[in-house]
Design a protein around this ligand. Structure first.
Ligand SMILES: [Ca+2]
Length: 343
């Protein structure tokens, strides 16, 4: 989705939204930092106590075995029961300290997403006036939905030139969002208007409209359902002919709900999602909602910004299942890239 452009207050809105999201994220990070520093602190205390007990235990043992006089001293001053307690405590603390050494603080959780590498294998021009909100390939052709009030479009784009081959403009009161195509039918979300437009593939003629309960952000299909995002960490599944909500799936990263899910693409059994204002693409297992891998597009974004400083966030993932090719771009980017993800 996109939001930069509420009429009359575009920059301010985006700035505040980003600032607010950044603040939340920083809060999260700083809370995690505090938790981690507490873990480190208590781990260190634990180890120190264990070390003292171990040393005491070792010294006591040496004294008992090497110095009969000392042995006599301890035997006089400590009962057998007290000695057993002392040995037990020393052993217990030694064991728990070893456990902490096996799992040092700061180790990522076992269910953290894998880092997903990528390489750019093709570069194509992209219209810098396209505020990309939806991107997909259907029957080998590239389609794009763009946003902003008064500038929202649905376009069929020539991949090699970046030029529009066929397009319609939305009514200026609608802010275009995610787009997908299923059975030669095009579906386009709108942002706060919560209206879904349905068009015939052939001539982009509007067939019908649906109203939905969520803001429209990203849209894709698994071949049966339409899958939408609304800027939260949830995915919403709709039945295409009625747009009835059939399932809501919470997406999690290392066990915690994620946020800002934006443009979507269904690729070989996984849902890929841009994260709004961040350089990340998530690879999501749609059955569990778990983010299994995560790509960092910082370098690609930097390249786009170096070519055009107006290039905004990465947003737009398209998959050609016949050619097995993946394309990525961003809002107002000068280029669109064919990429290969590694793992
Ligand atoms: Ca897409």
């Amino acid at each position: 989705m996109c939001h930069s452009c509420e009429i009359g207050n575009s920059k301010g809105l985006l700035g505040n939204e980003k600032a607010s999201q950044g603040y939340d994220s920083e809060m999260k990070f700083s809370t995690n930092k505090v938790r981690k520093s507490n873990i480190i602190f208590y781990s260190n205390i634990h180890i120190q106590i264990a070390t003292v007990f171990s040393l005491y235990h070792s010294t006591l043992f040496k004294a008992l075995t090497a110095k009969p006089a000392a042995s006599a001293y301890f035997c006089r001053n400590l009962s057998h029961r007290q000695m057993k307690k002392l040995f037990f405590l020393a052993a217990l603390f030694s064991l728990t300290a070893c456990k902490n050494e096996d799992k040092p603080a700061g180790t990522p959780p076992a269910n953290a997403p894998k880092s997903m590498s990528y390489s750019i294998v093709g570069t194509y021009p992209h219209d810098t006036s396209s505020y990309t909100q939806g991107l997909l390939i259907y029957n080998g052709e590239l389609y794009e939905g763009t946003g902003n009030y008064g500038k929202s479009k649905l376009k069929k784009v020539d991949l090699k030139t970046g030029k529009s081959q066929q397009e319609i403009s939305l009514d200026p009161k609608f802010f275009g969002e995610g787009v997908t195509i299923l059975n030669d039918t095009i579906y386009q979300l709108t942002w706060k208007e919560k209206t879904v437009f349905v068009y015939a593939l052939k001539d982009f003629k509007k067939i019908k409209e649906f109203s939905i309960d969520i803001e429209g952000w990203g849209l894709t299909t698994d071949g049966k359902s339409l899958i939408a995002s609304n800027g939260s960490g949830d995915l919403f599944y709709y039945e295409p002919s009625t747009f009835k909500l059939t399932k809501t799936q919470t997406v999690t990263e290392a066990g915690s709900p994620t946020f800002n899910l934006n443009e979507l693409e269904y690729i070989d059994g996984f849902v890929y999602a841009n994260q709004y204002t961040y350089p990340y693409i998530f690879k999501i297992n749609p059955n569990t909602g778990e983010i299994v891998a995560k790509a960092d597009l910082t370098q690609m974004w930097d390249r786009a910004k170096a070519l055009d400083p107006n290039a905004e966030v990465p947003n737009g993932i398209a998959y050609d299942p016949a050619a097995k090719k993946i394309y990525i771009t961003g809002k107002l980017w000068p280029e669109l890239y064919e990429v290969q993800f590694g793992q």
